[in-house]
Structure formats: C-alpha cells, structure tokens
Design a protein around this ligand. Sequence first.
Ligand SMILES: [Zn+2]
Length: 302
Amino acid sequence: MERVLWGLLFWGIGSQFAIAETPVPDANRAYQYLKDVCDIGPRISGTEGMLRQQKMIADHFTKFSAEVRYQEFDVTHPQTGAPVRMKNMIVSWHPDRTERVLVCCHYDTRPFPDQEATAANRAKPFIGANDGGSGVALLMEFAHHMKSINPKLGVDFVFFDGEELVYSKGDKYFHGSEYFATQYRDNPPENFRYVKGVLLDMVADRNLNIYIEKNSYKYAPEVTRSIWETARKLGVREFINRQKYEIRDDHIPLNLIAKIPTCDIIDFDYPYWHKRNDLPAACSGKSMAKVGRVVLAWLDEN
Ligand SMILES: [Zn+2]
C-alpha cells in the first residue's frame, strides 16, 4: 500500500517536471505579431492586404528555415463573379517525417463586420484581430520554439485562405480547408500522411475561456481529450473540461473529407465576434501564450 502511494507520488513529480520543461511562448512577442498582422488592415481573400500578409508569413518562417509552400486555386467571388485566387500556405518542420500533425488556422478576414446592429457600422472595416489574426500570430510565435520541442511526428502549419469570403447568407465558407481536404483525399501524398490535427481560431480574447467544441469531441475525441489533459497537467485552467458550443469551422472538412482527426481550439465567448471592435485592444498576449503553451506541450508529446 505504501509503496504504491510512493510510486504514484514520484510518478506525479516526474510527470510535472517533464511538462515544466516544455517551452513557454513569449506573450509580448506574440502580441506584437498580432499587432503587426492587424497593421496590414483587412486581409480579405484575393486583396492587397492578403498579399502583404502572405509575404509577411513567408518571410518570417523562411528566417526560421522552415519549408514554405503554397496550394493555389481559384474560386468565384460571391458578389462580382470574378475569379479570386486562393492560396493556402503550408509551413513544414521536419519535412522528411512520414507521419505528420497539422497545426492550422484561417488567415483571411471577413469582408465586413456583419454582426454589427446598424448598416452604418456594418460598412466599417473589419480588422479581425482575434478572428483571423490570433492564429497567425501564435503560429509566428511558435517558430521560436520549434527547435526546443521534439515530437516524433513532423509538423505542418497550414494557413487556410477563404474561410469566410462571405457577403450574404448562402455564400460558401471554408474554401481553403475544403480544397486542402479534398486534394488530400483524392491525390493522397505518396511520402507522408497526417495522423491528427489541431485548429486554432480566436485564441487571444483578453478574457480567455476555451470549452470543448462539440464537433471536435464528436469527430476527434482522442485528440480533443489529449489536448485538455495536457492543459490540466500544465494547470492552464482556461481550458475548461466541458462542452459548450457546436461550431462549424475549418476542422469539419479535415475530419469529414480528409479523415484527419482534428480538434478546434476556439474561444467562442468573444464579445467582438464579427464586430468592428475585434481589434488588438480586445486581445491579450498572455491569453495567446497560454494557448500556445498547451499546444506546444501537446505537440511535444506526439
Ligand atoms: Zn469569423
């Protein structure tokens, strides 16, 4: 009886130490990346702002010696009917590894703040600090830590374009993730496969509350449970071990078309969702660092 207890105690201490060594993202630097992304202005698919962001992302990850490539395709603009060039960006770490994990976000912003009550406010620009910016900024911060973690799996950061090129009800969502998932299913890569994935969306709210998203639990229960377990071990209490919202997001095509079990880490209790005040002032580097710490530790375990 005593032995068992001592054994458990030491096991507990050991696992605490192991997890304490995982990298801690720099909250100030992550927040600065968020501001840099937002300084571009709106980053709607196919616009000048999106082009500038693509250059920023490519330059950043190239500096860290990651492999950067694009997956390009055209969609029809829902209002003008003109073709819009979409670009998913893929940033690979350890590109030689045959079993890989996806860490993804969308990087386009909504064309206008459609949740505003008045037409005048809906006509104002939408910057998307949390919704579109936070995932990008956190992945930029991750670049500083990829050498300090040692997952067995290769890691691909994927930035999805066209998550919300949406002007009115009925316009299509998830262009980038659906294209990515369909390509993966129909032309499977010969030299690697994705074994799991995590999607980051709205991870910078100053008042961070991340509940288990219902579709993630439904389609990727093991991935989801393991992420919340990592958060528990790290003592990151903003990951709340209860289901709350059911959200359709880029993880749906990944789970259903590509069959890559993927969990959506999303804080849907954000007061400025699709509103003009989704600005850096509503966001926090500390929140980003908390999510980042969990995701990096989780990657390290994989
Ligand atoms: Zn959105």
